[in-house]
Write a protein that binds this ligand. Structure first.
Ligand code: PLP
Length: 411
Protein backbone atom coordinates (compact mmCIF):
# COMPACT_ATOMS: atom_id res chain seq x y z
CA UNK A 1 0.00 0.00 0.00
CA UNK A 2 1.23 3.51 -0.64
CA UNK A 3 -0.01 7.01 -1.35
CA UNK A 4 -2.09 8.79 1.25
CA UNK A 5 -1.58 6.13 3.88
CA UNK A 6 1.91 4.68 3.44
CA UNK A 7 2.88 1.42 5.15
CA UNK A 8 5.58 3.14 7.12
CA UNK A 9 6.60 6.59 8.21
CA UNK A 10 10.37 6.87 8.15
CA UNK A 11 12.43 8.92 10.59
CA UNK A 12 13.76 10.95 7.66
CA UNK A 13 10.20 12.14 6.92
CA UNK A 14 9.71 14.00 10.22
CA UNK A 15 10.07 17.77 9.70
CA UNK A 16 13.28 18.99 11.35
CA UNK A 17 12.06 22.57 11.87
CA UNK A 18 8.97 21.42 13.74
CA UNK A 19 11.01 19.10 15.94
CA UNK A 20 13.43 21.93 16.76
CA UNK A 21 10.49 24.13 17.75
CA UNK A 22 9.09 21.44 20.02
CA UNK A 23 12.46 20.82 21.69
CA UNK A 24 12.77 24.57 22.32
CA UNK A 25 9.26 24.86 23.69
CA UNK A 26 9.14 21.69 25.81
CA UNK A 27 12.81 20.90 26.46
CA UNK A 28 14.44 17.48 26.09
CA UNK A 29 14.31 14.54 26.40
CA UNK A 30 10.91 14.72 24.77
CA UNK A 31 8.60 12.15 23.25
CA UNK A 32 6.62 13.42 20.27
CA UNK A 33 3.60 11.46 19.02
CA UNK A 34 1.81 12.24 15.79
CA UNK A 35 -1.81 11.31 16.47
CA UNK A 36 -2.70 11.64 12.78
CA UNK A 37 -0.24 8.83 12.07
CA UNK A 38 -1.78 6.67 14.80
CA UNK A 39 -5.11 7.10 13.02
CA UNK A 40 -3.55 6.20 9.66
CA UNK A 41 -2.11 3.03 11.12
CA UNK A 42 -5.51 2.09 12.55
CA UNK A 43 -7.22 2.67 9.21
CA UNK A 44 -4.64 0.63 7.33
CA UNK A 45 -4.89 -2.33 9.65
CA UNK A 46 -8.68 -2.25 9.74
CA UNK A 47 -8.77 -2.11 5.95
CA UNK A 48 -6.50 -5.16 5.75
CA UNK A 49 -8.67 -7.11 8.22
CA UNK A 50 -12.18 -5.90 7.30
CA UNK A 51 -13.98 -8.89 8.87
CA UNK A 52 -11.91 -9.09 12.04
CA UNK A 53 -12.42 -7.54 15.40
CA UNK A 54 -9.37 -5.31 15.83
CA UNK A 55 -8.07 -4.35 19.27
CA UNK A 56 -5.07 -2.34 20.35
CA UNK A 57 -2.65 -3.81 22.92
CA UNK A 58 -2.57 -0.74 25.15
CA UNK A 59 0.68 -1.77 26.81
CA UNK A 60 2.51 -0.30 23.81
CA UNK A 61 1.43 3.25 24.65
CA UNK A 62 -1.31 4.27 27.08
CA UNK A 63 -1.15 7.98 26.47
CA UNK A 64 -4.69 9.41 26.57
CA UNK A 65 -4.63 11.04 23.09
CA UNK A 66 -3.50 7.71 21.60
CA UNK A 67 -6.24 5.76 23.38
CA UNK A 68 -8.88 8.30 22.41
CA UNK A 69 -7.82 8.34 18.76
CA UNK A 70 -7.92 4.55 18.54
CA UNK A 71 -11.29 4.31 20.26
CA UNK A 72 -12.53 6.85 17.78
CA UNK A 73 -11.20 4.70 14.91
CA UNK A 74 -13.33 1.76 16.06
CA UNK A 75 -10.52 -0.26 17.60
CA UNK A 76 -10.95 -2.12 20.93
CA UNK A 77 -8.58 -2.11 23.90
CA UNK A 78 -6.59 -5.14 25.07
CA UNK A 79 -5.30 -4.53 28.58
CA UNK A 80 -2.66 -6.27 30.66
CA UNK A 81 -3.55 -4.84 34.06
CA UNK A 82 -6.32 -3.22 36.07
CA UNK A 83 -4.54 0.10 35.48
CA UNK A 84 -4.73 -0.30 31.73
CA UNK A 85 -8.41 -1.29 31.98
CA UNK A 86 -9.15 1.78 34.07
CA UNK A 87 -7.25 4.08 31.74
CA UNK A 88 -8.98 2.62 28.68
CA UNK A 89 -12.42 3.16 30.21
CA UNK A 90 -11.39 6.66 31.29
CA UNK A 91 -10.29 7.41 27.72
CA UNK A 92 -13.75 6.49 26.42
CA UNK A 93 -13.68 2.79 25.54
CA UNK A 94 -16.92 1.06 26.45
CA UNK A 95 -16.89 -2.14 28.52
CA UNK A 96 -17.69 -4.28 25.49
CA UNK A 97 -14.62 -2.85 23.73
CA UNK A 98 -12.28 -3.80 26.57
CA UNK A 99 -10.51 -7.13 27.14
CA UNK A 100 -8.42 -7.76 30.19
CA UNK A 101 -5.74 -10.43 29.64
CA UNK A 102 -4.96 -11.70 33.11
CA UNK A 103 -1.37 -12.96 33.42
CA UNK A 104 -0.79 -14.24 36.99
CA UNK A 105 -3.23 -11.53 38.08
CA UNK A 106 -2.60 -9.97 41.48
CA UNK A 107 -5.72 -10.03 43.69
CA UNK A 108 -5.96 -6.22 43.56
CA UNK A 109 -6.21 -6.39 39.76
CA UNK A 110 -9.03 -8.96 39.89
CA UNK A 111 -10.85 -6.96 42.59
CA UNK A 112 -10.63 -3.79 40.54
CA UNK A 113 -11.50 -5.33 37.16
CA UNK A 114 -14.39 -7.42 38.54
CA UNK A 115 -15.80 -4.31 40.24
CA UNK A 116 -15.56 -2.40 36.95
CA UNK A 117 -17.16 -5.33 35.10
CA UNK A 118 -20.34 -4.89 37.12
CA UNK A 119 -21.02 -1.68 35.17
CA UNK A 120 -18.93 -2.28 32.05
CA UNK A 121 -19.43 -5.68 30.36
CA UNK A 122 -15.77 -6.31 29.63
CA UNK A 123 -14.15 -9.63 28.75
CA UNK A 124 -11.61 -11.34 30.99
CA UNK A 125 -9.10 -13.67 29.38
CA UNK A 126 -7.66 -16.23 31.77
CA UNK A 127 -4.32 -17.97 31.37
CA UNK A 128 -4.66 -20.51 34.18
CA UNK A 129 -7.50 -22.79 35.31
CA UNK A 130 -7.38 -21.56 38.89
CA UNK A 131 -8.21 -18.01 37.83
CA UNK A 132 -11.78 -19.32 37.31
CA UNK A 133 -12.10 -19.90 41.07
CA UNK A 134 -10.73 -16.45 41.79
CA UNK A 135 -13.25 -14.86 39.42
CA UNK A 136 -16.13 -16.89 40.89
CA UNK A 137 -15.09 -15.76 44.38
CA UNK A 138 -15.56 -12.20 43.13
CA UNK A 139 -18.92 -13.07 41.64
CA UNK A 140 -17.72 -12.55 38.09
CA UNK A 141 -19.57 -14.84 35.69
CA UNK A 142 -19.35 -12.49 32.72
CA UNK A 143 -17.63 -12.77 29.35
CA UNK A 144 -14.67 -15.09 29.57
CA UNK A 145 -11.96 -16.13 27.11
CA UNK A 146 -9.16 -18.65 27.57
CA UNK A 147 -5.60 -17.83 26.64
CA UNK A 148 -4.00 -20.76 24.90
CA UNK A 149 -0.35 -21.65 25.05
CA UNK A 150 -0.04 -22.49 21.37
CA UNK A 151 3.38 -24.10 21.61
CA UNK A 152 4.72 -21.91 18.80
CA UNK A 153 6.43 -18.58 19.20
CA UNK A 154 7.83 -15.68 17.22
CA UNK A 155 9.73 -12.65 18.29
CA UNK A 156 12.48 -10.19 17.59
CA UNK A 157 14.11 -11.26 20.86
CA UNK A 158 13.81 -14.25 23.22
CA UNK A 159 12.34 -11.89 25.82
CA UNK A 160 9.31 -11.12 23.69
CA UNK A 161 8.58 -14.64 22.45
CA UNK A 162 5.59 -15.67 24.51
CA UNK A 163 3.98 -18.48 22.50
CA UNK A 164 6.18 -21.27 23.87
CA UNK A 165 6.73 -19.94 27.38
CA UNK A 166 4.77 -21.94 30.00
CA UNK A 167 4.15 -18.65 31.83
CA UNK A 168 1.57 -17.70 29.24
CA UNK A 169 -1.68 -19.47 28.60
CA UNK A 170 -3.26 -22.83 29.25
CA UNK A 171 -1.54 -25.87 27.69
CA UNK A 172 -3.08 -26.43 24.27
CA UNK A 173 -4.50 -29.89 24.95
CA UNK A 174 -6.20 -28.80 28.16
CA UNK A 175 -8.15 -25.94 26.58
CA UNK A 176 -11.28 -27.83 25.40
CA UNK A 177 -11.98 -29.27 28.85
CA UNK A 178 -11.36 -25.89 30.51
CA UNK A 179 -13.80 -24.21 28.10
CA UNK A 180 -16.42 -26.85 28.96
CA UNK A 181 -15.77 -26.52 32.71
CA UNK A 182 -16.07 -22.73 32.55
CA UNK A 183 -19.36 -22.95 30.66
CA UNK A 184 -20.67 -25.54 33.16
CA UNK A 185 -19.88 -23.18 36.02
CA UNK A 186 -21.96 -20.46 34.44
CA UNK A 187 -19.30 -18.28 32.83
CA UNK A 188 -20.25 -16.70 29.50
CA UNK A 189 -17.50 -18.33 27.43
CA UNK A 190 -16.88 -16.15 24.37
CA UNK A 191 -13.50 -16.95 22.91
CA UNK A 192 -10.00 -18.30 22.75
CA UNK A 193 -6.87 -16.22 22.56
CA UNK A 194 -3.16 -16.64 21.85
CA UNK A 195 -0.18 -14.40 21.19
CA UNK A 196 2.99 -15.85 19.70
CA UNK A 197 5.30 -12.95 20.47
CA UNK A 198 6.35 -9.65 19.02
CA UNK A 199 8.03 -9.75 15.67
CA UNK A 200 5.98 -11.08 12.76
CA UNK A 201 8.07 -9.96 9.83
CA UNK A 202 7.48 -10.06 6.11
CA UNK A 203 10.01 -12.73 5.28
CA UNK A 204 8.82 -15.21 7.87
CA UNK A 205 5.15 -15.74 8.46
CA UNK A 206 5.57 -19.42 9.30
CA UNK A 207 5.26 -19.14 13.09
CA UNK A 208 2.22 -16.87 12.67
CA UNK A 209 0.60 -19.30 10.21
CA UNK A 210 1.21 -22.19 12.55
CA UNK A 211 -0.25 -20.38 15.53
CA UNK A 212 -3.35 -19.35 13.58
CA UNK A 213 -3.86 -22.81 12.17
CA UNK A 214 -3.61 -24.37 15.64
CA UNK A 215 -6.15 -21.82 16.91
CA UNK A 216 -8.47 -22.66 14.00
CA UNK A 217 -8.25 -26.36 14.85
CA UNK A 218 -8.98 -25.63 18.50
CA UNK A 219 -12.00 -23.50 17.60
CA UNK A 220 -13.40 -26.34 15.46
CA UNK A 221 -13.14 -28.81 18.34
CA UNK A 222 -14.38 -26.41 21.01
CA UNK A 223 -17.14 -27.98 23.13
CA UNK A 224 -18.83 -24.59 23.47
CA UNK A 225 -19.69 -22.15 20.73
CA UNK A 226 -17.29 -19.23 20.51
CA UNK A 227 -17.78 -15.65 19.42
CA UNK A 228 -14.14 -15.03 18.53
CA UNK A 229 -10.74 -16.57 17.92
CA UNK A 230 -8.08 -14.04 18.87
CA UNK A 231 -4.67 -14.67 17.31
CA UNK A 232 -2.86 -11.85 19.13
CA UNK A 233 -0.54 -9.15 17.86
CA UNK A 234 3.16 -9.03 17.14
CA UNK A 235 2.94 -7.32 13.75
CA UNK A 236 6.47 -6.08 13.11
CA UNK A 237 7.56 -2.64 12.02
CA UNK A 238 10.79 -1.75 10.20
CA UNK A 239 13.16 -0.29 12.78
CA UNK A 240 15.86 0.24 10.15
CA UNK A 241 15.42 2.98 7.56
CA UNK A 242 16.10 0.61 4.64
CA UNK A 243 14.08 -2.32 5.97
CA UNK A 244 10.90 -3.00 3.98
CA UNK A 245 7.60 -2.59 5.80
CA UNK A 246 5.42 -5.54 6.72
CA UNK A 247 3.04 -6.44 3.92
CA UNK A 248 -0.07 -6.21 6.06
CA UNK A 249 -2.31 -7.49 3.27
CA UNK A 250 -0.12 -10.60 3.00
CA UNK A 251 -0.33 -11.12 6.77
CA UNK A 252 -4.11 -10.79 6.59
CA UNK A 253 -4.34 -13.28 3.74
CA UNK A 254 -2.04 -15.76 5.50
CA UNK A 255 -4.14 -15.38 8.65
CA UNK A 256 -7.43 -16.10 6.89
CA UNK A 257 -5.94 -19.02 5.01
CA UNK A 258 -4.37 -20.56 8.11
CA UNK A 259 -7.49 -20.12 10.21
CA UNK A 260 -9.70 -22.07 7.82
CA UNK A 261 -13.46 -22.32 8.33
CA UNK A 262 -14.47 -21.45 11.87
CA UNK A 263 -17.82 -20.53 13.32
CA UNK A 264 -16.42 -17.49 15.14
CA UNK A 265 -15.03 -14.08 14.29
CA UNK A 266 -11.30 -13.59 13.81
CA UNK A 267 -9.81 -11.12 16.31
CA UNK A 268 -6.35 -9.50 16.38
CA UNK A 269 -4.66 -7.22 18.90
CA UNK A 270 -1.43 -5.61 17.68
CA UNK A 271 0.23 -2.94 19.80
CA UNK A 272 3.43 -1.74 18.20
CA UNK A 273 2.00 -1.57 14.69
CA UNK A 274 -0.44 1.18 15.70
CA UNK A 275 2.05 3.47 17.39
CA UNK A 276 5.73 2.70 16.74
CA UNK A 277 6.29 4.95 13.72
CA UNK A 278 3.94 7.60 15.15
CA UNK A 279 6.50 8.53 17.81
CA UNK A 280 10.04 9.88 18.06
CA UNK A 281 12.26 10.76 20.97
CA UNK A 282 14.17 14.04 20.94
CA UNK A 283 17.37 14.24 22.91
CA UNK A 284 20.09 16.86 23.19
CA UNK A 285 23.83 16.19 22.93
CA UNK A 286 25.65 17.33 26.07
CA UNK A 287 29.04 15.66 25.52
CA UNK A 288 31.16 14.92 22.46
CA UNK A 289 34.19 12.93 23.56
CA UNK A 290 36.70 11.71 21.00
CA UNK A 291 38.34 8.46 22.16
CA UNK A 292 40.79 6.15 20.39
CA UNK A 293 37.90 3.77 19.66
CA UNK A 294 35.05 6.07 18.65
CA UNK A 295 33.37 9.42 19.20
CA UNK A 296 31.31 9.06 22.37
CA UNK A 297 28.16 11.15 22.03
CA UNK A 298 26.52 11.77 25.41
CA UNK A 299 22.82 12.67 25.32
CA UNK A 300 20.23 13.65 27.92
CA UNK A 301 17.95 10.64 27.25
CA UNK A 302 19.00 7.27 28.58
CA UNK A 303 17.83 3.74 29.18
CA UNK A 304 15.41 5.23 31.71
CA UNK A 305 13.77 7.17 28.86
CA UNK A 306 13.83 4.45 26.18
CA UNK A 307 14.89 1.03 27.44
CA UNK A 308 14.49 -1.06 24.27
CA UNK A 309 18.14 -0.90 23.12
CA UNK A 310 19.41 -1.81 26.61
CA UNK A 311 16.74 -4.43 27.25
CA UNK A 312 16.40 -6.14 23.89
CA UNK A 313 19.47 -4.90 22.02
CA UNK A 314 16.97 -3.16 19.72
CA UNK A 315 18.06 -1.02 16.83
CA UNK A 316 16.57 2.48 16.56
CA UNK A 317 17.48 4.91 13.80
CA UNK A 318 19.08 8.13 15.01
CA UNK A 319 19.10 11.37 13.04
CA UNK A 320 21.19 14.43 13.77
CA UNK A 321 18.83 17.36 13.30
CA UNK A 322 21.58 20.01 13.29
CA UNK A 323 20.72 22.43 10.47
CA UNK A 324 24.17 21.97 8.92
CA UNK A 325 24.21 18.17 9.42
CA UNK A 326 24.43 17.69 5.65
CA UNK A 327 27.83 19.43 5.58
CA UNK A 328 29.30 17.59 8.56
CA UNK A 329 31.76 14.75 8.23
CA UNK A 330 30.14 11.34 8.76
CA UNK A 331 31.82 9.69 11.74
CA UNK A 332 31.41 6.51 13.71
CA UNK A 333 29.81 7.18 17.07
CA UNK A 334 28.67 5.54 20.26
CA UNK A 335 25.50 7.25 21.46
CA UNK A 336 25.04 6.88 25.21
CA UNK A 337 22.86 8.26 27.97
CA UNK A 338 23.57 9.67 31.43
CA UNK A 339 22.75 6.52 33.42
CA UNK A 340 25.56 4.87 35.30
CA UNK A 341 25.14 1.48 33.59
CA UNK A 342 27.15 -0.16 30.82
CA UNK A 343 23.94 -1.00 28.99
CA UNK A 344 22.87 2.65 28.79
CA UNK A 345 23.69 2.87 25.10
CA UNK A 346 21.40 3.74 22.19
CA UNK A 347 23.81 2.79 19.42
CA UNK A 348 27.33 1.57 18.83
CA UNK A 349 29.31 1.92 15.59
CA UNK A 350 26.64 4.29 14.32
CA UNK A 351 27.74 6.59 11.50
CA UNK A 352 26.24 10.07 11.98
CA UNK A 353 27.01 13.59 10.79
CA UNK A 354 29.59 14.40 13.51
CA UNK A 355 27.47 15.33 16.54
CA UNK A 356 28.55 18.34 18.60
CA UNK A 357 27.44 19.61 21.98
CA UNK A 358 24.02 21.27 21.70
CA UNK A 359 22.87 19.26 18.67
CA UNK A 360 19.39 17.83 18.71
CA UNK A 361 19.18 14.12 17.91
CA UNK A 362 15.99 12.33 17.00
CA UNK A 363 15.47 8.65 17.75
CA UNK A 364 12.95 6.94 15.49
CA UNK A 365 10.16 4.43 16.06
CA UNK A 366 9.85 5.45 19.70
CA UNK A 367 6.05 5.44 19.85
CA UNK A 368 5.79 1.83 21.07
CA UNK A 369 7.19 0.59 24.38
CA UNK A 370 9.03 3.90 24.82
CA UNK A 371 7.55 6.21 27.45
CA UNK A 372 5.55 3.23 28.61
CA UNK A 373 8.67 1.49 29.89
CA UNK A 374 10.39 4.63 31.20
CA UNK A 375 11.61 4.58 34.79
CA UNK A 376 13.04 6.84 37.46
CA UNK A 377 16.22 4.81 37.94
CA UNK A 378 19.18 6.99 39.02
CA UNK A 379 16.55 9.36 40.47
CA UNK A 380 15.94 10.67 37.00
CA UNK A 381 12.56 12.31 36.31
CA UNK A 382 10.66 10.87 33.37
CA UNK A 383 10.40 12.98 30.19
CA UNK A 384 7.48 14.96 28.82
CA UNK A 385 5.20 13.82 26.00
CA UNK A 386 3.89 16.14 23.32
CA UNK A 387 1.28 15.25 20.72
CA UNK A 388 0.79 16.63 17.25
CA UNK A 389 -2.64 16.52 15.68
CA UNK A 390 -3.92 18.41 12.67
CA UNK A 391 -0.86 20.66 12.88
CA UNK A 392 -1.48 21.54 16.56
CA UNK A 393 1.00 20.62 19.29
CA UNK A 394 -0.12 20.04 22.86
CA UNK A 395 1.38 18.64 26.03
CA UNK A 396 0.06 15.15 26.83
CA UNK A 397 2.25 14.31 29.82
CA UNK A 398 4.21 16.93 31.70
CA UNK A 399 7.87 16.43 32.49
CA UNK A 400 8.46 15.00 35.95
CA UNK A 401 10.43 16.99 38.48
CA UNK A 402 12.72 15.82 41.22
CA UNK A 403 9.82 16.51 43.60
CA UNK A 404 7.74 13.94 41.66
CA UNK A 405 10.51 11.39 42.01
CA UNK A 406 10.56 11.72 45.80
CA UNK A 407 6.85 12.42 46.28
CA UNK A 408 5.97 8.98 47.68
CA UNK A 409 8.75 8.90 50.21
CA UNK A 410 7.91 9.18 53.90
CA UNK A 411 9.65 12.16 55.50
N1 PLP B 1 -1.23 -9.24 22.94
C1 PLP B 1 -0.55 -9.73 23.99
C2 PLP B 1 -1.22 -10.71 24.88
C3 PLP B 1 0.75 -9.31 24.26
O1 PLP B 1 1.41 -9.79 25.31
C4 PLP B 1 1.35 -8.34 23.40
C5 PLP B 1 2.71 -7.87 23.64
O2 PLP B 1 3.41 -8.18 24.56
C6 PLP B 1 0.61 -7.85 22.32
C7 PLP B 1 -0.69 -8.32 22.13
C8 PLP B 1 1.14 -6.82 21.40
O3 PLP B 1 2.34 -7.14 20.79
P1 PLP B 1 2.90 -6.14 19.71
O4 PLP B 1 3.04 -4.81 20.32
O5 PLP B 1 4.22 -6.72 19.31
O6 PLP B 1 1.92 -6.14 18.58
Amino acid sequence: MSGVNPDVRRLSEWGADRLHQLAEAYDTPLYVYDIARVRENARRIRAAFPDAEVSYATKANTSKPVLRALQDEGVGAECASAGEVQRSLDAGFTGSEVRYTAVNPPSEDLDHVCALAADHPLTITIGAADTLDRLAERDFFGKLAVRVNPGVGAGHHAKVTTGTDPKFGVPYDEVPSLLAAAADRGFDVVGIHAHAGSGISGDDLSAHRELVSRMGALARESPVSLEFVNVGGGFGVPYKEAEPPLDIAAVAEATREALGEVDAQLAIEPGRYFVADAGVLLTRVNTAKPTPETLVVGVDAGMTTLVRPAMYGSYHEIRNLAPDAGEREAVETLVAGPICETSDIFATDRVLPAPARGDLLCIGNAGAYGYEMASQYNSRPRPAVVCLDEGEAYLAVRRETLADVTSLEEP
